[in-house]
Design a protein around this ligand. Structure first.
Ligand code: GDP
Ligand code: MG
Length: 409
């Protein structure tokens, strides 16, 4: 009996000590991981972004009433038709003034096994044929600018171009990406620097691509000469006839930005971004592109939502113009006000430290820089594919020669 009792006490004590040591170990590991996740160069930069008090800035001006706000960008409700006149639809001829525009792609043909490049080139081939079928054959004077790194040599250009629509006006532009920010050059591994796994996977190529579309492209000679560029990704597919000269349409109406759809981004590549933009818009020095209108006033006019507290921001999915399809008015992006914001974002190096993407950056910058209802165009009539299917949410209607509009999409 006494033996049994001793055995039970012994077993119980043993189990309890094992349990306690396991829990302690778990706790220590979790504390260490937490310490590491908060005390690395990337996390310190994110914390610095979040570390501002909105009470240090003047109150935001009152927002417009709900009925005056633009429709919610994520709404899937049908939109009013896009109304196009003859001169918007007909291909321009020499007598007819048309916008200076170009379609731009950046090709990921880089120093890596040819098989991997080839897979992306096959997607690009499909993208080009759909562009030709659904837009360029109707408006052939707009060239296609292909930006590429040095690895896409003449040998490959000649080889691949044989498979592309022969009448497309393709211009090649070789680019070399600038060096990554000097703060990365201390030899530490990306993991130890605190980069998230998504960021580590394609670092720094993907980040270079983001900075290219965010900033560098706006200074290239061939871009500076344009009114608009229309960016498509190598894996963008226009699936229905565009039916309108999108460049001319936007120019005639003084539109500054065109997009196909809005969606949400994930949080781990947007840490600190909402805090950055909230701080930016609250600073009374910061002006929108419209002279005399501050970013604070413009963002309230657009009913731009940025949660007030850090905790709310951490639980919020930032919005983004899905800018694998976007039309950019070049002079607007070269204006003093836009450039100030662009440079400030670039100066944070968060495109590298957290993989801030140009898509959410476009959304928040546009919503404090432009009057969305007057200057931003949703090309909702186009059936579009990029990673997933986007069905049209509106029709294109011709209002020329006909008393009643006719649908042409
Ligand atoms: N030259 C070059 N282009 C890139 C690189 N990474 C992405 N791109 C291009 O940038 C665009 C966006 O990249 P993609 O892989 O489609 O990203 P996703 O749309 O976010 O899935 C594509 O047209 C790619 O060809 C890179 O490292 N180098
Ligand atoms: Mg893509």
């Amino acid at each position: 009996m006494r033996f049994c009792f001793k055995l039970c006490v012994f077993t119980l004590t043993g189990t309890l000590s094992l349990f306690i040591s396991l829990v302690t170990r778990e706790y220590l590991v979790a504390s260490y991981l937490r310490y590491r996740s908060l005390n690395n160069p990337a996390a310190q930069r994110i914390n610095a972004m979040e570390n501002y008090q909105n009470e240090d800035y003047p109150e935001l001006p009152p927002s417009v009433s709900d009925t005056e706000c633009p429709p919610h960008p994520l709404s899937n409700l049908p939109r009013p038709p896009i109304l196009a006149t003859d001169d918007d639809i007909l291909p321009s001829n020499n007598n007819h003034h048309h916008a200076k525009g170009a379609i731009v792609y950046l090709l990921e043909f880089i120093d890596r096994p040819l098989k991997e490049n080839h897979r992306e080139m096959m997607k690009f081939n499909k993208s080009l044929w759909h562009l030709w079928e659904n837009f360029s054959q109707d408006y052939p004077h707009y060239p296609v600018y292909l930006f590429h790194e040095p690895a896409f040599t003449k040998k490959y250009r000649d080889r691949y171009s044989k498979t592309w629509p022969p009448e497309l006006k393709i211009h090649y532009h070789e680019i070399e990406f600038r060096n990554i920010p000097s703060s990365f050059s201390n030899g530490a591994s990306l993991e130890n620097l605190g980069l998230n796994p998504t960021n580590r996977r394609a670092f720094p190529g993907y980040n270079n691509m983001i900075r290219f579309f965010w900033k560098d492209i706006m200074d290239l000679d061939i871009i500076v000469q344009l009114d608009y560029f229309w960016r498509l990704d190598h894996d963008s597919v226009l699936q229905s006839r565009v039916g309108v000269d999108v460049f001319h349409y936007m120019m005639k109406r003084q539109l500054k930005y065109g997009y196909r759809t809005v969606t949400t981004d994930v949080r781990h590549v947007t840490n600190g971004m909402l805090a950055f933009f909230d701080q930016y818009r609250r600073d009374p020095q910061h002006q929108s592109v419209t002279n005399g209108t501050s970013c604070a006033v413009m963002s309230q006019r657009n009913c731009l939502e940025i949660p007030e507290t850090q905790q709310e921001r951490n639980e919020y999915f930032p919005l983004m113009y899905y800018n694998n399809f976007e039309m950019v008015h070049v002079p607007t992006w070269r204006s003093k006000q836009m450039r100030h914001l662009t440079d400030m974002v670039d100066g944070t190096d968060m495109i590298y430290w957290n993989r801030w993407g140009d898509a959410p950056l476009r959304y928040y910058s546009i919503n404090m820089m432009l009057d969305v209802q007057k200057e931003v165009m949703e090309w909702c009539h186009i059936r579009y594919f990029h990673h997933k299917q986007f069905e049209p949410l509106c029709n294109l209607e011709s209002i020329s020669y006909h008393h009643n509009p006719i649908s042409i999409s």
